[in-house]
Design a protein. Structure first.
Length: 187
């Protein structure tokens, strides 16, 4: 009898471990998927600068041609969350105004891109296309993405000039750093 209960206990423990391992893997996978998402935000206004509520905002992924529809709120603001990184075309429509198209809108992972629109009075069959403008900046973020892959850091030598590597020395490779002096005091 004890042998049977021991076997059942071992089987239950193995099942619980397998289930726990599966749960951890699913959680990690979901975190990496969330880390790749981006957001497009903006305001829709008329020629006088007044907010345009209920304007239809179509966000089209140029690579996949998938379309998501959003609407501006009472303040003219819209939000397009959870977008995969890529290149987008945004079409804004409202009766009594010309359609406005902005492309390409480049969106990077974990970024928040602001794209504002100003309608012009006219028929909805007329379209204003804006395509030759300066690249959009992510002004809502206060950090610069490093774009240093983990493999790059892992491949750096562990000993530099007879000393152990100081991981903060790698910060000099980040965008925006103008210092030539090592952060650990070495040159």
């Amino acid at each position: 009898m004890r042998r049977t209960s021991f076997v059942v206990r071992v089987a239950n423990n193995m099942g619980a471990r397998w289930l726990l391992t599966l749960g951890v893997l699913l959680f990690i996978t979901s975190l990496s998927a969330v880390a790749q998402e981006a957001t497009i935000v903006g305001t829709v206004t008329d020629p006088t600068g007044a907010a345009v509520p209920n304007a239809k905002v179509q966000v089209i992924n140029i690579d996949t041609n998938s379309t998501l529809d959003f609407f501006s709120n009472a303040l003219g603001n819209y939000l397009a969350p959870n977008l995969p990184a890529g290149s987008y075309r945004i079409i804004v429509q409202k009766q009594g105004f010309r359609n406005v198209v902005r492309e390409p809108v480049l969106v990077r992972a974990q970024s928040r891109v602001r794209v504002d629109f100003t309608f012009q009075i006219g028929a909805a069959s007329e379209t204003v296309t804006v395509s030759a403008e300066a690249p959009l900046l992510d002004v809502s973020a206060t950090s610069a993405p490093s774009n240093l892959p983990a493999k790059f850091i892992d491949d750096l030598p562990m000993i530099v000039f007879g000393e152990k590597r100081n991981i903060t020395d790698n910060l000099r490779y980040l965008p925006g750093n103008t210092s030539t002096k090592s952060l650990s005091g070495n040159y």
